[in-house]
Design a binder for this molecule. Structure first.
Ligand code: AQP
Length: 355
């Protein structure tokens, strides 16, 4: 894609129990990408303050997300795993991006509109500026690829806009300092300090929906625990939740086209495909024509088979605070060195004295 060294970055907020959507939409991709890429995975604790400022168990949740990363198979020695607040350069670059981005861009973010609700005037400034911090998380490492679920697509487009605007606004300084990198954006070759990051979104599980309502995404903050499968759920709970999942009375279709206007059926087929590393087409080739009374137990067995080992590992790793903290400390030191290298140049580009 560009003259930038390829680097994968992504983050997860410590805002509650991780669920199947987080796992299939994001963490499973993190694991797959680590074989052939340099990766940085972050527990974005500063982001979580936009949801809840005063928190009894932020430290416990930060450790729990870290344990989920490790239990899912992320290797913290080959790659970097850390919590965001250890590397203050994220917040520093976010401030600069607050001055690059426009309020209108932030106001258009659907996540802000959803989370702020009707009383936007009363939403925190942090919630509005969330995408600016997310852009900083990514660009402070000049990351080229970001694996996320589909709900983050708009924020990644904004990250691209921020990078592009910074590159344009400071093009003369970037050129005179000789710190630009040539990259291809669409058909054009451009020069800039920050890469125009590529989202890694896709596959059958990019957007997992609530088990109770196929029009709402599976979410940590849904008040109904039956709406999601938590990574920590035991086998009985997983089976019970899948059995109770909302469906329609028809049998599964033989083709993907037949899932149109059947959001709950499409969701369960997507979950099966995501867990089995296959496609919806292949799932329907096997289960087309069968009733949910047959499909749901097969899905429950598969979910238990794939998730139970992760839950067990999570429990084991979470209990070892000293180990988890050492991973975050070591990752924070390595991430901090990389982030500071970027920020030294950013300060120079802007003209902030730090000598
Ligand atoms: N339902 C989903 N399907 C696929 N991917 C999903 N992700 C979240 N929900 C789904 C992806 O998981 C990663 C981490 O998400 P996050 O914790 O940073 O933020 P979130 O999107 O706010 O997660 P939740 O669970 O939906 O929390 P609340 O309830 O607070 O809004 C991201 O890559 C995200 O795309």
């Amino acid at each position: 894609m560009s003259g930038f060294q390829e680097l994968v970055f992504s983050g997860v907020q410590p805002t509650g129990n991780l669920h199947l959507g987080n796992y299939l939409g994001a963490i499973k991709k993190f694991v797959a990408l680590q074989d052939s890429n340099d990766c940085i995975y972050c527990v974005v604790d500063l982001h979580s303050l936009t949801a809840q400022l005063v928190h009894d168990d932020l430290a416990a949740q930060t450790r729990s997300i870290t344990a989920a990363f490790l239990a899912s198979g992320i290797d913290p020695r080959k790659h970097i795993v850390f919590n965001q607040s250890r590397v203050m350069q994220h917040a520093e670059l976010a401030w600069i991006f607050n001055c690059v981005a426009r309020i209108g861009w932030m106001n258009r973010m659907t996540q802000f509109k959803d989370k702020a609700g009707k009383d936007r005037e009363n939403a925190s400034l942090g919630l509005l500026a969330y995408p600016s911090l997310m852009a900083a998380d990514i660009l402070v490492y000049r990351a080229t690829h970001v694996p996320v679920g589909e709900d983050q697509k708009q924020h990644l487009e904004l990250t691209r806009d921020i990078a592009q605007k910074f590159n344009n606004d400071f093009s003369d300084r970037i050129a005179s300092l000789g710190v630009g990198v040539e990259m291809k954006v669409g058909d054009e070759t451009v020069n800039g300090f920050f890469p125009i990051t590529e989202p890694v979104i896709g596959g059958p599980a990019a957007r997992i929906m609530s088990l109770r309502d196929g029009s709402k995404k599976m979410s940590k903050s849904d008040p109904s625990d039956l709406s999601r499968i938590n990574l920590t759920d035991d086998a009985d709970t997983i089976s019970k939740k899948i059995k109770k999942a909302k469906t329609d009375p028809d049998a599964l279709p033989g083709e993907v086209d037949g899932l149109k206007d059947r959001p709950e059926a499409e969701n369960l087929v997507g979950i099966y495909a995501g867990l089995a590393d296959t496609t919806k087409e292949k799932v329907l080739a096997e289960y087309g024509g069968r009733q949910f009374s047959e499909f749901k137990p097969a899905l429950a067995d598969l979910a238990v088979e794939k998730l139970a080992p992760i839950a067990g590992e999570m429990r084991r790793i979470s209990a070892d605070h000293a180990y988890v903290d050492s991973v975050l400390r070591d990752g924070g030191e390595r991430a901090g060195a990389r982030a500071e290298a970027t920020m030294k140049t950013v300060r120079e580009i802007i003209g902030l004295l730090d000598n």
